[in-house]
Design a protein. Sequence first.
Length: 363
Amino acid sequence: MIPLQDRRHLVELIGQAHRDGASLYKACETAGITLRTLQRWTIADGSIRCDARPQAQRPRPSHALSQAERAEVLRIANEPRFADQPPARIVPALADEGRYVASESTFYRILRAQGQAAHRGRAKAPQARRGPSTHVASGPRQLWCWDMTYLPAQIAGRWFYLYLILDLYSRKIVGWEVHEHDDACHAAHLVRRTALAEGIATQASKPVLHGDNGSTLKATTVLAMLHWLGIKPSYSRPRVSNDNAFVESLFRTAKYRPEFPARGFADLHAARDWAAQFVHWYNHEHLHGGIRYVSPAARHEGRDQAILAARHQVYERARQRHPSRWSRHTRNWQPIGAVTLNPERDAVIEGLTLHHDTQQLAA
């Protein structure tokens, strides 16, 4: 958009060039405008008109949301259950209830217009980082990740230790324990209890257990238990912090939950109670962004396909009611396929998945 003063100066230069014998078309081309633009700028009396586009009265789009619909979007986004949730989680939750109010981008646009588009929740906005390839999981009970983190006590310098095992495919927490001391015997007991709970003894192909290079997770007691169970150990590469990113991300989610005590836990019983509540919430209520916003338990049990299919039907019905609001296809509710511990090329993932499926058929 060219200001009025610049328009007048440009028209004066073009007029001077034309009076000196230059073609009006060539003069406009040299000035960077078309002859039609010059004609549009110039009024019959020779004066120059300003740009009228900012003051133009444009018709309201026929598919635009009404004021009542916009108010409903704001009301839902500010409900207590959604107050710390981004639209990426709000929209799938509404779809699970059989409701379609607006698209995710519409939620963001309305929140932005109301000054509410800041990162919602206590945690800082995540930053994407790419890592190397490693193991691939095409189903549950194929690839586990585990680690240990510190839970602060109310007494300075005292800690409780949370051991946790995560199924990479479903993101379900399949095993956890909280103890007062860091001991390899605790880790070995957790692996054995998790293996029994998940029934891996009946599996022909045992899972891979990936962890960092901590002394507890590499202790002889733990390695002996893994060997007895038939579980293959895997470890992060030295000085590579994001090789066990899934569990680290889970610990981050846990410690930024509103229920996490800012002043620490009073005793071991309080730490275990909090951990039990968090694991239940994470497995059964949390809509995980990495698996199309279904709960880890639903994906672990194979219920995610039915949930995502139902969401797709909700979107299709919404599209039929207001087809002008959909420029292309509806949101992608296809289930997530194979999961890699680190990003890898599609061809490599397909090859590893096919190899794993062949092993299962042979067994």
